[in-house]
Design a protein around this ligand. Structure first.
Ligand code: GLU
Length: 607
């Protein structure tokens, strides 16, 4: 059976290449025989793929190829997700890696259940609430100092997430799933413009931290486009993990080195940044554990939308906005009117996110109330029919009575880091996984000789300490995230979509907008992913891509919206759509972040 699938995959690949449609992945018959050819095939990009036998979509062709290879070798969606994520640690090291954390959502075909893992970083237990406050001024340190510091480094959750996911649902070992990434780190990958640009964007701070400059600024500069970037130190770290498991990150020599690095970051003598030390201890690392978390779920139209519960605000905020939108029929409206509802639903949900969501292990989070239709109804009635909601708007009254609100707050933070990947397999299992080291380049601190960057996830805590803020710093706590890995099922419990994105707090609106585009506005999945984006996070202005403003600006301005043009793009979606008979459509970005990469095990020319 497996053999037949492999042969069909090979034939399909050949057919499509001849037709001029290039697919990501390696032909199973020649894989490994010629590393140069393997690299050439793997670096081809294709934002959409159609077919059977499982699929992978990520931002990077090498990573997608790693996931497909594991699927072809008998791995399932979870194995492929780990292999893809590990490869992203090599090719997308500024977005994600073993020095960071993330959230994994899994659909199990046998039980038709969705389960999740919260692999978010935690704050060191001795971190004081005022760790980000300058004792001299009494105000938070400047953000550019906080982001490049040991103080912002949380206990990494990614290695433990991989191990736990494989233990619960995988078919292969961690060691097996790390192999493609180990090979990739050893043989290297071709530097593209995105990698070079991201390195240049970080050059000034990377240059001030000795091991980081050594790894990522090899001759004092960002690696040139088309040069081959190798990371043998990361390959060695992955090998250690393959040998001894994720525990190598949490106990023993590597754990000690991580602690030393955070507590005494190796600065260049002429460094101008303070690169303040952090609070991390060996006990923090040894005590780390992922959380097997129940997902959030809301009924939207005739679908069930599953997301990530707190400590991420993704599931509650996407869920609340969908509940609000479920009170109207977007499909019957003009596009500007539908967008009006999309924007205001999002603003209202963001007001509640700010007021109510933090790590439930430390603060009471009213997840159930936030996701109740009664509460959404009480928020929906606040959306004015003709004019934009005035923002920032206030949080809602959780009792769901009437149209009440109290106190206002806006969210403007947004990042371009992080990465999202989706995988499925021939058995029908699905993974939607978002992982990050927070901002592009994380803390900027590489663990010397180990080949990876440490996160600066703790900057996701509110910088100023306010005792009533659910997202205030507390030792041991997870900072509130916006990551929104999502899986959508039909009423029979079969998967219909899997979707997610990077982008800081714009992750939430990007996932929401992609779902609305697909479910309500009649766009195909690739169109829904490619469509121009706008993100209303309860600020006075809506952040939007230039193409969105060009297309809808006039109509929406006449309704009272003001726009903050985003010079860059918003988000970088990867998504899957499932059709009867195991047929799957994999979609990545056609242009954002230089374009993503989708692949299937057995390609089809049918659309
Ligand atoms: N740290 C962010 C979060 O967890 C993600 C960062 C980004 O996407 O840029 O929400």
């Amino acid at each position: 059976m497996a053999r037949r699938t492999l042969q069909r995959a090979g034939a399909g690949l050949l057919g499509l290449c001849l037709a001029g449609t290039l697919l990501v992945g390696t032909s199973p018959t020649t894989a490994g025989a010629d590393p140069g050819a393997e690299q050439q095939r793997a670096t081809r990009k294709n934002p959409t793929a159609y077919g059977w036998g499982g699929a992978v979509a990520s931002v990077d062709p090498e990573a997608t190829a790693a996931g497909l290879r594991v699927l072809r070798d008998g791995g399932n969606a979870v194995d492929a997700a780990v292999a893809t994520a590990a490869a992203l640690g090599v090719t997308e090291p500024y977005s994600a890696g073993i020095g960071g954390g993330g959230y994994l959502v899994y659909y199990d075909a046998k039980t038709r259940r969705v389960q999740t893992i919260d692999g978010r970083e935690t704050a060191p237990t001795t971190m004081p609430g005022t760790a980000f406050t300058d004792p001299v001024s009494g105000k938070p340190y400047p953000m550019e100092q906080l982001v490049t510091s040991g103080t912002s480094v949380g206990v990494p959750g990614t290695p433990a997430t991989w191990e736990r996911a494989l233990q619960r649902w995988g078919r292969k070992s961690l060691a097996a799933n790390l192999q493609p990434a180990i090979r990739l780190a050893d043989r290297g990958f071709e530097v593209d413009q995105t990698f070079r640009d991201q390195t240049l964007q970080n050059k000034e701070r990377f240059a001030q931290i000795t091991p980081t400059a050594k790894l990522y600024l090899p001759d004092g500069d960002a690696p040139a486009v088309r040069s081959i970037f190798r990371n043998p130190e990361l390959a060695e770290t992955y090998r250690a993990m393959a040998r001894d498991g994720a525990r190598v990150m949490y106990r023993g020599p590597l754990a000690d080195e991580i602690v030393r690095t955070v507590r005494r970051p190796a600065k260049e003598p002429d460094a101008t940044l303070p690169v303040r030390p952090g609070y991390l201890t060996s006990s923090d690392l040894a005590a780390y554990g992922v959380v097997d978390q129940a997902p959030t779920v809301v009924r939207y139209r005739d679908l069930d939308v599953y997301g990530m519960a707190p400590s991420s605000s993704g599931g509650t905020t996407v869920g609340e906005a969908l509940n609000i939108l479920d009170t109207v029929n977007l499909g019957r409206m003009s596009t500007p009117r539908a967008l009006h509802y999309y924007l205001d639903a999002s603003a209202l949900a963001f007001a509640d996110r700010a007021a109510y969501v933090g790590d439930p292990a430390f603060v009471p989070v009213p997840t159930e109330a936030l996701l109740s239709q009664r509460f959404a109804d009480s928020r929906a009635c606040q959306i004015p029919r003709q004019q934009a909601l005035v923002t920032p708007t206030a949080k809602g009254d959780l009792s769901g009575r009437g149209c009440r609100t109290a106190g206002a707050s806006a969210t403007t933070d947004q990042g371009r880091s992080t990465t999202h990947l989706v995988t499925s397999d021939r058995w029908g299992n699905v993974v939607s996984y978002t992982l990050t080291i927070e901002q592009t380049g994380g803390s900027g601190i590489v663990v010397p000789g180990r080949g990876f960057l440490l996160n600066n996830e703790l900057t996701d805590f509110s910088a100023a300490y306010v005792a009533t803020d659910p997202n205030r710093i507390q030792g041991g706590k997870r900072p509130r995230s916006s990551m929104s890995p999502t899986i959508v099922l039909d009423r029979q419990g079969r998967p219909v979509y899997a979707v997610g994105s990077p982008g800081g707090s714009t992750i939430i609106t990007t996932v929401l907008q992609t779902l609305v585009n697909r479910i309500d506005l009649g766009l195909t999945l690739p169109e829904a992913v490619a469509a121009p984006r706008a993100s209303h996070r309860n600020a006075a202005e809506v952040t939007a891509e230039p193409a969105f403003i060009e297309r809808y600006g006039e109509a929406l301005r006449s309704r009272g919206y003001a726009f903050a043009p985003n010079p860059a793009e918003i988000g970088a979606v990867t998504a899957l759509e499932f059709r009867p008979g195991g047929y799957v459509l994999a979609a990545a970005e056609p242009t954002r972040r230089g374009g993503g990469s989708a692949g299937v095990v057995v390609p089809s020319t049918r659309r």
